[in-house]
Design a binder for this molecule. Structure first.
Ligand code: AMP
Length: 399
């Protein structure tokens, strides 16, 4: 093995990364992965090798470490860790591909300009995704980089699911529902085809419940609807985001409270959701640990709204064969899964409490009409696979 690919998922306060060696056939073999957290406050990194051992752990005492400086450190470490395996590509998660980008693309200046223009549509993510691309381009100008879009998986969803009930001409200006978390859904679809091909052909709702949260209705592994829409704000209640909200509230905030655009953006993206309702934390584990009734209320609202959106997606699917839970909460939180499934019992879901408690791959009973699964997502692997395909690395063709 002589080549390697690095996947980066760069957010506002964290950077997730994974290193893959390529075998002869260009198949990515996971070599290490981890996360830099606390960017802007006290950054720390933990990277684990493939055997689970800690490959790098470091904390930086002050706030002087910018995204760019941290990416620099990460890149140097990755090159060292990979040894003889030369990094031949960097793949990035890019949240918004707009109307144009339906598949991953190799990055160049013209693409960066087009992606820059989409920043207002994903202010929480897109600027950080692009900053990481620029930082790597500075460090290694000749290294090919690939943008993998979270919107791409939903690009061909039926027009009825994509359209917003706004004047027709606005659709041509890009006012449509895009859907997000596409790399996660694509990974789940791929995994489902391997572990449960019959279910993969059917009607499946995947619930990506993390700090950002959404659901995707899939039929035969294709997206037919998503709870996220024009931006990653719509749909489920999230860590700090409202999810669906009566648009009249926004008009009222402007007209009656005199709030500005940036103030409203901060309110809806950063101060609401679990954090806003509980007044305690955006982190589900902290809410479970709290005795405060507001924490309980936030948890209940989260589950209630998730079940409500799942029911709405079933209409588009005309029924349901399977429900998949993924991401931080979806993969690890039996209480939330049970709360959501309990509200959906009427659809034919019967949970197996013991399997649910241990986050088993299948958490429904053998006679449940609907199969409920837990599948750990792996967006970084999806990014690596896309980068390999986009740059023809599987055929050994140098990019
Ligand atoms: P993510 O954005 O996918 O990293 O997910 C972050 C969310 O997952 C946070 O709300 C965490 O509290 C939650 N989470 C992670 N691990 C657990 C766990 N073991 N139990 C409950 N929630 C968890």
């Amino acid at each position: 093995m002589t080549r390697a690919v690095v996947s980066l998922n760069s957010g506002s306060s964290s950077i997730k990364f994974a290193l893959f060696r390529l075998d002869e056939a260009g198949t990515p073999i996971h070599a290490a992965g981890g996360k830099i957290e606390g960017i802007g406050t006290a950054p720390r990194i933990v990277a684990r090798a493939d055997d689970g051992s800690i490959a790098w752990e470091q904390q930086w005492p002050d706030t002087g470490m910018t995204h760019e400086a941290l990416l620099h450190e990460l890149f140097d470490w990755a090159v060292g860790h990979l040894g003889d395996n030369k990094v031949v590509a960097i793949g990035h998660r890019v949240v918004h591909g707009g109307m144009t980008f339906a598949k991953p693309v190799r990055i160049d200046d013209a693409l960066m300009e087009a992606l820059e223009a989409l920043c207002p549509l994903a202010p929480l993510h897109q600027p950080h995704n692009l900053a990481a691309i620029r930082a790597i381009a500075k460090l290694a100008p000749h290294l090919p980089q690939v943008a993998c879009f979270d919107t791409a998986f939903h690009h061909d969803m039926p027009i009825v699911a994509a359209r917003m009930a706004l004047p027709r001409a606005m659709a041509e200006r890009g006012y449509r529902r895009y859907g997000f978390h596409g790399l996660s859904y694509e990974y789940i679809a791929r995994h489902l085809r391997m572990v449960d091909p019959n279910l993969a052909k059917g009607r499946v709702i995947t619930a990506h419940l993390g700090n950002g949260a959404s659901m995707c209705a899939m039929h035969d592994c294709r997206s037919i609807d998503s709870t996220m829409g024009f931006t990653a704000l719509d749909g489920l209640m999230m860590g700090t985001r409202t999810g669906s909200l009566d648009p009249g509230v926004v008009v009222h905030l402007v007209e009656q409270e005199g709030m500005t655009g940036p103030e409203i953006e901060k309110l809806l993206y950063r101060q609401s959701g679990l954090l806003g309702v509980s007044g305690i934390s955006s982190d589900m584990r902290e809410l479970h640990a709290s005795d405060d009734p507001h924490a309980k209320e936030a948890i209940e609202l989260f589950a209630w709204r998730a079940a409500r959106h799942a029911a709405a997606l079933m209409t588009g699917l005309r029924g349901l064969d399977g429900l998949v839970f993924t991401a931080g909460i979806g993969e690890n939180d039996p209480i939330i899964r049970a709360m959501i499934c309990e509200r959906l019992e009427w659809t034919g879901i019967t949970l197996d409490p013991e399997a649910n408690a241990r986050n088993a791959p299948v958490i429904s009973t053998a006679d449940s009409r609907i199969t409920v699964r837990v599948i750990p997502t792996d967006e970084e692997q999806m990014i690596a696979l896309h980068s390999i395909a986009t740059l023809n690395l599987a055929q050994g063709v140098p990019a």
